[in-house]
Design a protein around this ligand. Structure first.
Ligand code: K1U
Ligand code: ZN
Length: 174
């Protein structure tokens, strides 16, 4: 298992549409293990494979790990079968858009279909933070970031802020 670097905006790879997975095999499970370790190391609750540069339709999540116990979830080729009319506003963050948080409204209840860590098909309902997080991560599979749901002004401000943070991290020459 390895902790991998997480891509940040404006890396163009984050705008890619990820490809479906053919088979859940050991190589894919190795990728999911790396994703989970990278997510934990970055203090996140979710991660899409493209965030570590792998353009495949895979997501990992653990909504509870901050409370002590690890309860990882794995989603391969996830699909939304149904979404509620009712919306939940939630202050979102993203490891690929560090230090930016803003409110996004999404359906508060979705029915999901996906393959799990062992390639078994699962159909289940998600609500609350689970629904918010899976929709945020599934946006990554389409090359969409949460800031794409904000006004142009807020999005431009977010990009500037992250670029500035990146520049501050580079040591001064000489
Ligand atoms: O980069 C990501 O896609 C992960 C992202 C998931 C997410 C968070 C909040 C709303 C929607 C999706 C994060 O984990 S950012 C870190 C964060 O906001 C957070 C971390 C621990 C607990 C709660 C939030
Ligand atoms: Zn994200």
């Amino acid at each position: 298992m390895a902790v991998r670097d997480i891509l940040t905006i404006p890396d163009p790879r984050l705008k890619q549409v990820s490809k479906p997975v053919d088979k859940v095999d050991d190589a894919l499970r190795d990728l999911m293990d790396d994703m989970l370790e990278s997510m934990y190391a970055a203090d996140g609750i979710g991660l899409a494979a493209i965030q570590i540069g792998e353009p495949v339709r895979v997501i990992v999540m653990d909504l509870d790990w901050g409370k002590g116990e690890r309860k990882p979830r794995y989603f391969v080729n996830p699909e939304i079968l149904d979404a509620s009319e009712s919306k939940l506003p939630y202050e979102e963050g993203c490891l690929s858009v560090p230090s930016v948080y803003d409110e996004v409204e999404r359906p508060d209840h979705v029915r999901l279909k996906y393959l799990d860590y062992n390639g078994k098909e699962v159909i289940e309902d998600a609500e609350g933070l689970y629904a918010v997080c899976i929709q945020h991560e599934m946006d990554h599979l389409e090359g969409v970031l949460f800031i794409d749901h904000l006004s142009r002004l807020k999005r431009d401000r977010a990009v500037k802020r992250v670029k500035k943070l990146g520049l501050e991290k580079v040591p001064a020459a000489g």
